[in-house]
Write a protein that binds this ligand. Sequence first.
Ligand code: C2O
Ligand code: CU
Ligand code: CU
Length: 494
Amino acid sequence: MSGEPISRRRALGLLGLGTAGVAAGAAGWATGLGAPPSSRLKPAAQGQGLAEPRVLASRDGLLDVRLVAAPGVRLAGRDTTGWGFNGTSPGPTLRVRPGDLLRVRLVNHIDQPTNLHTHGMHVSPSGNSDNPFITIEPGDSFDYAIRIPARHPAGTFWYHPHHHGTVADQIFAGLVGALLVDGVGGKADLPVDGDRLLLVTDTTLDGAGRVASPTRMARMMGREGELVLVNGQHQPVITAAPGSVQRWRVINGCVSRVLALRLDSHRLTQLALDGALLPAPVDRDQVVLAPGNRADLLVRPTGSGQYALVSDPYDRGSLGMMGGMMDGGPSASGPVTLVTLATAGPATTSPSVPATLSAPAVPQGPVTRQRRLTFAMGMGRMGMGGMGFTIDERTFDPDRDDQNVALGTVEEWTVVNTSPMDHPFHLHAWPFHVLAGSTGMPPAGVLQDVVLVPARGWVRLRIPFSDFAGRSVFHCHILDHEDLGMMATVNVRG
Ligand code: C2O
Ligand code: CU
Ligand code: CU
């Protein structure tokens, strides 16, 4: 964070002046408005306080919102040509409860087709619900109506466009938002002193504030942006009292980047994975989130000082032979700071974290069918002309039914990755239970919706198709790979 204009804006922000003040104060700090801006923060943390998107919450069983996807948002404290919903990136946080109806009128004011996906939600994939096959042309709008089941788990979800071929570009430009499901009756599931949203995205901006296009190699590797943002801010600060109990809902909204989260001098206690509370809190030195994954973390600030929440370098593998002699891999060589925790004020004593959590039950029942799916990179069936990211040797075709499933059954899927890089497997609408995997990592024990399938490895999943007939998709959540074809359909027939 260097550069005089940015620091001036930040300083004006601290003084409560809007952007209108920036032009008026253009003489700048250098000519002597007195104390340097950073001295006004106590403690002397760099960066702005973490801001959160506007919250739109349901009332009397309904949340009815209009989301306008359009260019022109602030990212990392700069005016950019990035895209947002209703003028911000992330867009508004949608807060709903089990049993609610979520209505969204999505208005497309960008110059390419788009649509909307409610990532991780166990809702109908059909009609005008969470239907990934919908296309909303530029200038058009579409009315979604998504009924949230009365027994839907409370937790952290998110929304983003899902128009095949442009998903990575649209998310990289800023089209993301959080979708939080509260408990029945709006009841908090855990008593905490602070409940913060940390929606992490990455992007690359040029000097004029334009979002950069990736090279072909970066697309194949899965692009990683130079800037890692939290709620659209670069390295904001969270201030909290020592001893307090903070819940951080971290969403990995990056196109391709795996987050390996670590907090200086603190252990992270994981409360939830994707949309579900774990059976019990788990203390971890590092929490790994593939693109699409979420973790609710419990943080108890200790001492007095500043501690960075970082993402450590994570090796996603390589393109192998597909990469040829070219170097397209991510350049990150050290930890990237996401936010700084600044502890300040008198110590508080907060209730301790319960030893067990009310994890939603994992549906049981005999496995009726086993399938094996192969995620691969290479020629596929396309011959020498095209190199592909394939599932069972095919790239995506929205009109083909790849897997036919009977409604009301439980299936066991083994997802095999023959390629030299990791691919995060994601299935819409029907969250799954991870049974085992080639890394030997113990499964989380709750339903989740994204799991990293390691390079030349496998995972085994148990999927209850207990509700919702209809067609949807599963894919690699490195969204460049999804756009390049690593997606397939599933038709659940009732
Ligand atoms: Cu978050 Cu089909 O994706
Ligand atoms: Cu999804
Ligand atoms: Cu992939």
